[in-house]
Design a protein. Structure first.
Length: 296
């Protein structure tokens, strides 16, 4: 009895008709995976508008994802056309059912591997739109903490705290700049703080700050190289009644930021305070050729 049962199961599993139906179903499921991934990706794109940080700073990866999803859109369209014809045109269904099993099996194997790409791309898109991203640093304004052309890990979910390194969205509407760009700076002044930067010394709320993220050599260099800001290529700080400011009181909803390379950084001393809504994320890690280090 058991031998007969085994033979029956064996014959059923290897029946050409059953196998053909199974592979048809599997092909449809894989094509449906392309369709669902495409829809989810489109929704993510529309909700987030794919943040400018992702578009600008991870351009290669963004282009790669777009290529994958373009292929997914094409396959999704093919799936819809195929499914409509399969269920509505009898001759098409009969013709497809007659296609050799080996050909269908090969098609299924190809789709089974390819469907991984749009699924991964959709998951990556969600992460880069709402959770975190990677950004490449251009310039030396954060030296010696973060180096030019290094890559940083930016979290969108971390609350901004004093002395965090952040990526800020800078616009001509909010700051004294000629064009929109992304700056990586350190948060010095929080809402309500009184910040003074004078002769290489940082004072917050009347207390001199020991900036532990600098070594003693760097601190000494700041003091030796300090010059009034107007001597640096005509750059300036905000003025009240024509008087240049060295002390800033931070209102609610704004941050005072500076680059760690204080003598070569275009920051709040020159462009003004940064609206809280323009802080894109907090830099958590720096990735260089020598490894991964915490950014603090």
């Amino acid at each position: 009895m058991s031998n007969k049962s085994y033979l029956e199961r064996y014959n059923e599993e290897h029946s050409s008709v059953i196998a053909s139906l199974n592979v048809n179903k599997r092909i449809c499921v894989r094509l449906l995976g392309f369709l669902i991934s495409s829809i989810v990706y489109f929704i993510i794109f529309q909700i987030s508008k794919y943040t400018g940080l992702h578009d600008i700073q991870t351009q290669f990866l963004n282009t790669f994802v777009n290529y994958i999803m373009t292929c997914a859109y094409v396959l999704s369209f093919f799936f819809l056309v195929f499914y409509i014809l399969y269920i509505s045109v009898k001759s098409f269904k009969e013709a497809f059912d007659k296609v050799r099993y080996k050909i269908k099996r090969t098609l299924f194997i190809i789709l089974d591997w390819l469907v991984i790409l749009p699924i991964c791309a959709t998951v990556a898109s969600f992460c880069f739109a709402f959770l975190f991203t990677f950004a490449q640093v251009e310039g030396d304004s954060m030296y010696p903490t973060i180096y030019n052309e290094s890559t940083v890990f930016v979290s969108y979910l971390e609350p901004v705290e004093q002395f965090d390194i952040v990526v800020a969205y800078i616009t001509p509407e909010d700051n004294v700049v000629s064009s929109t760009d992304y700056y990586i700076k350190r948060v010095i002044g929080m809402p309500g703080d009184s910040v003074t930067w004078l002769k290489g010394v940082l004072t917050i709320n009347g207390k001199v700050v020991d900036e532990t993220y600098f070594d003693d050599v760097t601190k000494l260099k700041f003091k030796q190289d300090w010059k009034p800001l107007y001597e640096f290529g005509g750059m300036f700080t905000y003025k009240e009644d024509g008087i240049k400011k060295t002390t800033y009181v931070i209102p609610d909803g704004y941050y005072f930021v500076m680059g760690d390379n204080r003598i070569n950084s275009n920051d709040s001393r020159h462009i003004g305070l940064i609206p809280a809504n323009n802080i894109e994320g907090v830099v958590k890690f720096e990735i260089t050729s020598s490894g991964i280090e915490r950014a603090d």
